[in-house]
Design a protein. Sequence first.
Lengths: 345, 554, 133
Amino acid sequence: MDYSELIKKLTEGNSRAAARLITIVENDIDAAEEIINSIYEKTGNAYILGTTGAPGSGKSTFISTLIKILLAQGKKIGIICVDPSSPLTGGALLGDRIRMKEHFSLENVFIRSMANRGQLGGLARATEDAIKILDVFGCDIIIVETVGVGQSEVDIFRSAHTVIVLLVPGLGDDIQAIKAGIMEITDIFVVNKMDLPGADRKVSEIIQMLELNMNYKYNSIKKTRYIKEKHWEPELTLPNSDNLNEWIPEIIKINSRTGENFKDLLEIIEKHKNFLETTGVIINYRKNRIKTETFQILKYKLTKKVEELLNSEEIEKYLEQVIDKKLDPYSMANLIMKMLRNDKN
Amino acid sequence: MTEIDKIKQEKEEWEKNCLREKAQQERQKSFRSLSDIEIKRLYTPNDIKDLNYGSDLGFPGQYPFTRGPYPNMYRGQLWTMRQFAGLGTAEQTNQRYKFLLRHGQTGLSVAFSLHTIYGYEADDDKALGEIGKEGVSIDTLKDMETLFDGIDLSKISTSMTINAPAAILLAMYIVTAEKQGHSPEQLRGTIQNDILKEYIAQKSWIFPPEPSMRLIVDTIEYCTKFVPQWYTISISGYHIREAGSTAVQELAFTLADGFAYVEAAMERGLDVDSFAPRLSFFFNSHNNFFEEVCKYRAARRIWAKKMKNKYSAKKTESMRLRFHTQTAGVSLTAQEPENNIVRVTLQGLAAVLGGTQSLHTNSFDEALCLPTEKAVRIALRTQQVIAHESGVTDTVDPLAGSYYVEWLTNKMEEESEAYFEKIEELGGVIPAIKANFFQKEIANASYKYQKEVENKERIIVAVNEYKPREPCSIELLKIDEKVAEEQVEKLNKIKSERNNEKIKEILEKLKEAAKGTENLMPYIIDAVREYAAIGEIMETLKEVFGIYREDSIY
Amino acid sequence: MTEERRIKVLVCKPGLDGHDRGVKIIARALRDSGMEVIYTGLHQTPDDIVNTVIQEDPDAVMLSILSGSHKALCPIIMQKLKEHDIDDVLIAVGGIIPDEDKPFLEKHGLSGFHGPGTELKTIVEFVKNNLKR
């Protein structure tokens, strides 16, 4: 299939071309390969924000407000909203777009809803490709929004520059729900609805959690310095020269409805961006990103291949052997590995 | 052994000896009402053994009003036959009103076009395609004057189904009457003016909840002083039910809204007895006959108790719930529409046996278009047949004392109380709306119902059972697309003939007042009198109040 | 090697019509049949709808209109889609559409016309069987 026409339109900023290409990469990994081959060298301009939070944390209002501010700065913004697919039916209600209904003009805001389709790593691969497409489309900033703080979020966010997790007072166990994986990669913890009682308590809980769980990365977060009581920058305890090259997560309170403190939030994001762009860190960072991304693609391809093999006729006779206890599952797995190695494709 | 125990024992014997295996051979595994309440095979005195006539039922016209708001009900005066009507231009609707009045209708009820409901003028982009459909198009006072041309507003009561711009339409009505030579004290009628249910169900809101409540309390305050016979809110359950709620949800959510309005007015400093007598209600009348009757009786009892005990009302009139009913539009089918006449009859009858003060019966072509003259005449006649030929109006609250009816009335009250608690936990009606509590309940109930219909657990005649072989065709009402052009022409003419400078001044004053806490009614009346258009007034208010954006769920 | 392809559907309420009970139920039913569904919410202008179609690239668009404004709004939507070269999306309209208006709407490229009382599975099958791509 020839995608050059679509890709040409994409580089010209044609929305429909972008949307069509995203659909193709979602549904067809071989086509995705071709398309990414063609556009990869043009990527790298967009800054990618990953945001997530438990339901009820006010993500949509948060993103809406963020968008308004970025638009005012003249930025072109892409938003990818990911919603879960039903494990039973495979269908999905993609309900994020409807929460951003305020009139966003066609040219500067591009919103795309995606379902996570429940496979191992499949989502991360498709999202990563969609991000690249929007990058080449011309977005300055791409926001990837998901619900929840689990493994698939970790996978998606490995491709983000800055990861923001939204928490909110009154939602009892949103901190406990943050799996270790997410915690490791969060750059900014945002406490939304700062006008509610319990906002400060939420901040303390976050600090406690970070101190408890992250000490394998840092010596400790000795004390926190209050800036306008809305923003916490951790202070490091030295000595540990490693720390100089690590980003310690920052915590900030905001109010999405009023826009309070968003200016500070953007400053932190800018700070993180600068941090990433200084040498040393960014190369390692990028290498890790690429490793992860390639791993995702491999995992996906291999999984599909193995599934194919398991369902093929050749396997039938092995299955029977396992049932008759002439073969054990490990040996069968080894046989399949051999088949893969000999596979010419 | 007490009488109750004796009956209990005899029932068990009856089940063993008489009912026997028939118990396992019933048409359904369980029989459930439209609120998912399990209905027993048989009710006996045991089911209402704790019922106390005096405190639970009482006498009609007295606390707790379970048996009716008035002592002799329909023996004294029949309910108002008030058919909701509105179509095309003001001239066309005026004709329809005269038709209905000629045929025995006793009160008027105005249906407005969607663009009027949202406060957009006929020439606004958003009004495209909607002019004259779903109701009458009203842009300025001139349209209102045409609407009631030849109808003496001091002799008739008018209900206006309008919510976000209710204050404006009321102002137009008052000035129209003024031009006919009548003072506001003579005016009788209602404005629906129930914004809370808009957020929950009908979805025709404009401003956010807080300024909307302010406007509503403004109208309550103004009418209490100047238009004392006017019902300032018709606290509605009809739309909540149409959106898919169960009967219990309709009951609970409507009353919860009512209490929220009471609290808002009291917060303004108004004495509860000064405004509560002029609050009215609007319920749906749906298919499960007895559930509907019990719903109305429970509503009266719950309202009376809360008004007395929670809000310390002293006047009888403050505790007395009165309501208008409309038969359920959503229950009517496009397939074999004539069957709808039968459905409407049963639903109308339930409303009458429930003690409604005013009734609209739907026309049989409801699922297809705005009603034709024939259809609306039959709907009106349905009410007249019930009133004069069925005998149910000869006595008050005839179903009282039925073991089933009293049990179900109690049950509905109980389940409503559970909802009131939940709403309290969420912080009240407005926080619950923002948390999408009602909307979720309704969406889930409507989905469940649809699944039940598709699984044939609920039968809809001619739709999922007894399906017709040929498509039915009946005469339909069409709104001429020329109506839109006419309306825009009229609007332009008015705008060129009126004093635009004066209007600008008045709207400026309105804007300033809106920023503060003054009552806005006098400013709106002034604006309307100079032929300011609805859109202009709404835009002015939007600048101060903002617009509400729904956080949709599904 | 292709992914499992999911049908993506946009469910819309154009105009001022606020009757959203049906459209919400249809959204759920389509989801239950394995489709990916986006509901745009109420009060969508033709531009809003076309904009969403461009960005979300659905396989089908279901318009729900019960207020009688279909003859005014549908042609405008179809025209705008044409201007953007969007011709491979199934566009269906349902709600309250009198029989005599169907030929007019068909001429403009619309189909479906599912009214009150239509079974959900009919609508699901309709989408599955009438996709243009």
